[in-house]
Design a binder for this molecule. Sequence first.
Ligand code: SF4
Ligand code: SF4
Length: 382
Amino acid sequence: MTPVAIQKCQRYDPELVEAAMRRALDSLGGMARFVKPGDRVCLKVNLLRSSRPDQAVVTHPSVVRAAVRLLQEAGGVVTIGDSPSGAFNVGVLRRAYKVTGYEAVARDTGATLNLNTNSVHLANPRGKLIKRFEVMQAVVDADAIVTLPKLKTHVFTHFTGATKILFGVIPGVTKAGYHTKLQNVERFSEMLIDLLTLLPPRLAIMDAVVGMDGDGPSGGRPRPIGLIMASPDSVALDVVATTAVGIKPLSVPILRAAAERGLTGGQVSDSELRGERLKDIQMADFLPAQTSRLDLSRLPGFLRRWVTDQLVVRPVANPARCTGCGACFVDCPVKAITMSDGVAVMDPGTCIRCYCCHEFCPDKAIDLVPGRVSLFFTSKKR
Ligand code: SF4
Ligand code: SF4
């Protein structure tokens, strides 16, 4: 049975986080089980965008610091890296490392911050959907990938954790191409599982001290959860994490795709929990993304895809909050956004409901408003 370690950790004080992570790793047999002396480790953080740690969008620097220390104790040579949304260049990375606190972590620990923005094409002959990926060179150069996902809701994939975090290895705006080609979340999830099987991390350590609920991964609300979790199996970790916050694992498209390939049964009982018991940590009031409040998992595939494709909610920039920065305009994969009088305007006919704009907007200026289908059902109920 795959082990999943769970430890309580209520605050981001560096010594508390390191102690919790150490207990979690000890229960898995120690970091030396995953990293050998001299291994070059790519420590893949969730660096969605340049964002302060208290906003709960990125992996907290205390978690990054603790992971670096444990990896270095095991003899690993650590490079911290990710490809944020939007442009992938040295200027963007330097700014993001500074704002997130990773620059200070690197300075204090001697870890390297990745500034290599080159990419490499990797053949993926065993992929179900994607036979060739373009990925950051930094992950290919490493002997091992260790991920530090943050537990958050996600308006497109419903949940983001240890499996979804790997999407960040696809460089910069290349990510937008996958949203354009794979507009259906079921197909997008198949792509993520293809990526996981191509680049399986040796270990995932989840930052669930403060996660995000509501309309994550950046527009929701920071949510204290009080946990550090870890497992060598990213899918198993996500199954336990979703269950801990009251989300049915198989209601999450990525975990459904994993289950269809036999990577999980979608049950916590598939794993051996080490540390806290599930009943002592489960939350009852974690708010799902409004795009995922319907559990479509029992619908047959063809119907599920049709319903998923419908206009459940669509993005609309709120003129009172939109600063006209243009980030959404630049990054929309299908160019559905225009700027009008300094405010972003989304064309509902062109928009593919990938919610990248909602994810990227630095000012939480994009509202998700009910689409025609949900309005129809709402009016019927009245
Ligand atoms: S990213 Fe946000 S603030 Fe910037 S233009 Fe778009 S909606 Fe407005
Ligand atoms: S407008 Fe927003 S949700 Fe629609 S396609 Fe563009 S980025 Fe995606």
